[in-house]
Design a protein around this ligand. Structure first.
Ligand code: C2O
Ligand code: CU
Ligand code: CU
Length: 440
């Protein structure tokens, strides 16, 4: 990653998508995958894809308990799918993995009732093996799940003012400011030197409240982000992938691997108007927070935030072993490459099972493989037999597995369906480091 050389620009905040129609019980949306152009840099616009927009779409809000109806339209020149990463919905059609293609010029409709806690999840394209290319082109958007439990907690929630997304991505700009996925292709994941935050190069954000809630999503194809603020400013993580965490966790550093989310609250009380607080990844500045006048905010976070279910493992079930191996074109799960016609595993709906995910790839230091499951949220039990990281207590759908490490997770499916699990370095996923399980 390189420091941006263009002037600072205001941080883009993808607006909330307006429903087509809303009743007390039902919400109707239309999501269009479309081509467009985006002004990232001075000079030529960049050709991009996006949902209802040129890039990174609009932010979609779903309310727990509502019946949700989404019309999915594909206005792209190729087939795509609409995957709801982090939503516990019936697979594989609603879930939107590679089993649910929407052909160019066509549309389809999905209907589901949301039954999961408030969380920051996302929508992205998932046509195998073109997921990486399509996400790189811009087919990603943040999705907020809201519920009454979260609504009662003392968190900032004014969208764009004190509750903002930070979708972290990186790109390489070629001649004429264009992206060239094929030219930059790397089977271990495409990276670029320019950080894009919500699609903004070198952004600043005007802080007008003492507390700011950041919903951070690693939306990069391959990159991990090692986040920290100037002055080593401490912040409080309140949520992870699948929702609010049982207790707030104070941090000065936060690492996110591909597809992981973290909700954090930053308190600017020690700053005065005119100050600037910078968010970095390693030593590269990502966002400059410009502090303005704000009203004093005495809000204290409770020590306990939400309850996380901790069901007992179903007696008699062995620990399921999953092995992620290889690099480059050799990536595999359990010694096999993904095949859409093959069901690799089965688990009964309601059964609770430990899964041990091992990353055997340690050559030349190896790589972190972010392990992701569709169709459910799991909990992280241990890393090589030790306590997981302090900010891994809560529901997760993606967990970084370090080289040589075994991460134990506890998995339960509430809905039947065929679900994928895979490495979320998207080129690894497209390269076959993916399998599927039938929850029945
Ligand atoms: Cu975020 Cu299978 O996907
Ligand atoms: Cu997913
Ligand atoms: Cu991987």
């Amino acid at each position: 990653l390189e420091e941006a050389k263009v002037p600072q620009q205001p941080l883009n905040v993808p607006p909330l998508l307006k429903p087509d129609k809303e009743t007390a019980t039902d919400t109707y949306y239309t999501v269009v995958a479309q081509t467009g152009e985006t002004q990232f840099l001075p000079g030529a616009k960049t050709k991009t894809w996006g949902y209802n927009n040129s890039v990174l779409g609009q932010t979609i809000v779903f309310e727990k308990g509502k019946h949700i109806h989404v019309t999915l339209k594909n206005e792209l020149p190729e087939l795509t799918t609409f995957h709801w990463h982090g939503l516990n919905v019936i697979g594989p059609y609603v879930d939107g993995g590679c089993h649910a293609p929407v052909y160019p010029g066509k549309s389809s409709q999905i209907d589901f009732t949301l039954d999961q806690p408030a969380a920051t999840v996302w929508l992205h394209a998932h046509p195998c093996p073109e997921t990486a290319a399509q996400v790189y082109h811009g087919l990603a958007a943040m999705v907020l799940v809201k519920d009454e439990v979260e609504a009662k907690l003392p968190f900032p929630r004014n969208w764009g003012i004190d509750d903002i997304p930070l979708i972290l991505q990186d790109r390489r700009f070629h001649e004429n400011n264009q992206w060239d996925y094929r030219a930059d292709y790397d089977p271990d994941g495409v990276q670029g030197p320019t950080a894009l935050i919500n699609g903004t190069v070198n952004p600043y954000f005007d802080v007008t409240t003492q507390r700011l809630r950041l919903r951070i999503l690693d939306g990069a194809n391959r990159r991990e982000w090692r986040l920290h603020f100037s002055d080593d400013l401490a912040f409080t993580q309140i949520g992870s992938d699948g929702g609010i965490m049982p207790a707030p966790v104070k941090l000065t550093k936060l690492m996110l691997t591909c597809a992981e989310r973290a909700e954090v609250i930053v308190d600017f009380s020690q700053y005065k108007p005119g100050d600037e607080v910078t968010l970095y990844s390693d030593d590269v500045p990502l966002v400059r927070f410009r502090v303005h006048q704000f009203a004093t905010d005495e809000t204290q976070l409770p020590e306990h935030l939400v309850d996380i279910a901790d069901p007992t493992v179903t007696p008699g079930l062995p620990v399921r072993k999953v092995v992620m191996s290889g690099m480059d074109e050799e990536v595999m799960i359990d010694g096999k490459k993904f095949a859409m016609q093959r069901i690799d595993a089965r688990q009964k709906v309601g059964d609770v099972q430990y899964w041990d995910i091992t990353n055997t790839n340690t050559m030349n230091g190896g790589m972190v493989h972010p392990f992701h499951m569709h169709g459910t949220q799991f909990t992280v039990i241990s890393r090589n037999g030790h306590e997981p990281y302090p900010n891994e207590h809560g529901y997760k759908d993606t967990v970084g597995v370090n080289p040589g490490e075994t991460v134990r997770i506890k998995v339960k499916f509430d809905l039947p369906g065929l679900y994928m699990y895979h490495c979320h370095i998207i080129e690894h996923e497209d390269g076959g480091m993916m399998a599927q399980i039938l929850a029945y």
